[in-house]
Every structure is written in C-alpha cells, then in structure tokens.
Design a protein around this ligand. Structure first.
Ligand code: GDD
Ligand code: MN
Length: 367
C-alpha cells in the first residue's frame, strides 16, 4: 500500500544564511505558527558558515521534511544565494526573507493572499509603507538607507518606497523573466529583480516593523555599500563593458598618479637615475594596483596568504606584457602617421588596459 502523499507545496521560503545557527529552528517554528494550512517549504541557502549553520539545518531537516538546504562551498553572496535558493525551489510562489528574525514572518500569509487575489507579480515587505517602520534604527543608519533608497531610482522606474527591502514574495514566472539580466551582486536582490524584468511589475508594499536581530551578528559592512554601487553600475553599463572593468580602469588611472609621485621623489627629489626611478615607480604602481583590485574589484574572490604572492606575480607579469603591447602599438601608430601623438598614446593605453583586465581576470582572480 502506498502512503498518502503530502499536499503540493504552495509557498517556498528562501532564506540566505551566513553564521545564523542560533536562528534556524526558531524561525521555522515561527513560520509554522503563522502559515495555517498552506503547504510550505523552507530552503536555507548557506555559504558554508563557520558556525555550523548548515549542520543545524540538516539536523532540523531530519525531523521536519519541509526544511531543505542548499549548501554552497567556496562561494559568498546574499543575492546569488537567494537566486540559487529560488531556482532550487518548486512552489508557484516564492518568498525571500532574512534568517535573523528581523523580518516579520506573520506578514507571509498576507503577502500570499495579496499575490493570489490581486493578480500581482510581487509583494514587498516594506518599512516605509503604511504600518511599517525602521524599528530601533538610529538616525545615522536611517540616513544611509535613505541615500541608498534614492540611488535605487537610477535603475528602476518603479515607485517603490522600500527598494532596499530583502523581504518579498513573487510569482515564480517573475524570477524567470528577471533571470537573463540579474546582476547577482551584493545584498539587494529585490532591486536587482525590479531592474531586470523588462516590463513594469505589478506590485504592492505591505508595512511591517523591522525587528532587532534574534541571535548572531549583522554582515552589513562598508563592502556591502561598495557592492551596492557595483550592482547599480552593472545595471547601467553591464551591457556595454563587464562591470569590473570600471573599477579596474579607475584603479589603473590612480596607479599613474602613484607612479608619477614615486618617480618624482626618486628622480627629482632624491637625485636617482631616471631608469631607477621609472623601474621602482612601475613596480610600486603595479603592486598598489594589485592590492586595490584585490580589495575592491575582486573582493568576492579576494586572494589571501600564499595566494597573494602567486596573484601578485601573475598580475605583474600580465601587466608587464600589457605595457609592452601598449608601447608597441602606440609607437607603431605614431610612426606610421595613422594617428597623432595623443591618439596613438591613448590607443596604446586602451589596448594595454583591456589586455591587463582580460588576462588578470582569468589568471590572477579566475578559478
Ligand atoms: N548565503 C549567504 N551568503 N547569506 C548571507 C550572506 C552571504 O554572503 N551575507 C548575509 N547573508 C544573510 C544573513 O545570514 C541574513 O540571513 C541575511 O542574509 C541578511 O544579512 P544581515 O547581515 O542580517 O543584513 P542586514 O540586517 O544588515 O541587512 C538586511 O536588511 C536589509 C534591510 O535594511 C538585508 O537582508 C537586506 O536584504 C534587507 O533589506
Ligand atoms: Mn539582519
């Protein structure tokens, strides 16, 4: 005799986690309390947290079949975790929420009802809609969030009052409409979705009060702000150049300044030979560029320990070849009179920069 089948899951709740072990069971308990008889599943997406979050999820899943785990090893990122969790889920409706109990789970049934009954694409849990609030936030954090919210206007026309929200629910189809264009960078997956779907989304915001963390610590840091800017930039220029090329080129330009300062110090101020000054300046500028790119452009693939030495070697080697190509092409264009001096120089620089970017993206920071 076959056993009765459990009813089909209606709602998949995707929850990204990094060091959230103390929140796992409590969140599932609270979801269970408020979902009534709607069949749901929870998909935790853990980036191999050192505190053993994945093991805690597996343990819970042993006694509760509605709990599932996507365990990512060697990867980091809130948005990309949410995307993989959504893709690994199966219900017609998908919610995304934080693990730390700051999002009000009692909103879930209301979000689902709104999606079903009002023919919407997305329902957003909002701190700025009626009935919503930032909770205990101090003025400083509220101000930063306000600036970020205004910047969101650069990438979406939608009149979203809380585009920075990480608490929302959507119809599965919307995910696939967004998929081809998602940037998957940083923390702001909702904004990424709004900016990626090539039509205005039908949405509604439901207010809730942002709570304090239940257990553990926030992962929000200055780098999250940087990744936010990269995500906005990717939305604006990503179809023209790879977004990483922008900080790479900017750091390269700053490297020229570093070069000139070192050269000036050595040659003009300390009376060393031009060749010695130029050599040291080149080395220092390349090294500075390597460390800045490692810290910013490739923050998510940051090299550490011995990897730094290997990375530095491949970076300086690649950039040395880039410099040879730069000088070769510029000199050729200048000599053949195909371009005037400034244009010849600029052509060399562009070819060198593209070479440096392409080669180091594969050999220095590729995997
Ligand atoms: N898998 C994975 N990988 N999860 C992550 C990562 C990561 O690299 N970084 C953070 N998370 C998870 C956390 O474990 C938590 O469940 C959730 O993402 C939010 O991270 P917090 O560190 O709690 O961030 P927050 O509270 O400052 O920011 C949140 O609040 C915003 C509202 O201001 C984010 O969730 C935003 O999406 C939300 O809108
Ligand atoms: Mn949080």
């Amino acid at each position: 005799m076959t056993s009765p089948r459990p009813p089909a899951v209606q709602l998949s709740i995707v929850i990204p986690t990094f060091n959230e072990r103390g929140n796992i069971a409590e969140l599932v308990r609270r979801i269970d309390n408020c979902m009534g008889d709607t069949p749901w599943e929870v998909v935790y997406v853990d980036d191999n947290s050192p505190d053993g979050t994945a093991a805690a999820v597996r343990e819970l899943a042993q006694t509760d079949g509605r709990v599932r785990l996507v365990h990512r090893i060697g990867r980091r990122g809130l948005s990309s975790a949410c995307i993989e969790g959504m893709l690994a889920s199966t219900a017609p409706f998908i919610a995304v929420m934080d693990a730390d109990l700051q999002h009000d789970e009692t909103l879930l049934p209301h979000m689902l009802a709104a999606l079903r009954n009002d023919g919407l694409d997305v329902v957003v849990g909002s701190r700025h809609a009626d009935g919503g609030s930032l909770g205990d936030w101090d003025a400083g954090r509220a101000k930063i969030s306000d600036v970020a919210t205004r910047l969101a206007k650069l990438v979406t026309q939608a009149e979203l009052r809380d585009p920075m929200s990480g608490f929302f629910m959507l119809r599965r189809e919307v995910l696939y409409e967004a998929m081809p264009k998602l940037s998957a960078i940083g923390f702001k997956i909702l904004l990424d979705i709004f900016a990626s779907v090539p039509r205005p989304l039908k949405f509604k915001e439901l207010g809730y009060t942002f709570r304090n963390r239940f257990s553990g610590e926030s992962k929000l840091d200055s780098m999250v702000a940087w990744e936010y800017l990269m995500m906005l930039l990717d939305k604006r220029v990503g179809h023209i150049v790879p977004v990483r090329f922008v900080p790479f080129a900017a750091i390269g330009a700053a490297g020229v300044v570093v070069h000139m300062i070192v050269l000036w110090l050595m040659f003009k101020s300390m009376g060393q030979s031009f060749a010695a000054g130029q050599t040291l300046a080149t080395l220092i500028a390349m090294t500075a560029n390597f460390f800045f790119n490692n810290a910013f452009t490739y923050r998510d693939r940051r090299l550490k320990g011995w990897g730094l030495l290997r990375g530095w070697l491949s970076f300086t080697l690649a950039c040395s070849l880039g410099a040879v190509a730069n000088v070769g092409i510029a000199t050729y264009l200048f000599r053949e009179n195909t371009a005037d001096w400034a244009l010849a120089a600029l052509s060399g620089i562009v070819v060198g920069a593209v070479w440096n970017y392409a080669v180091t993206s594969v050999y220095t920071w590729g995997k």
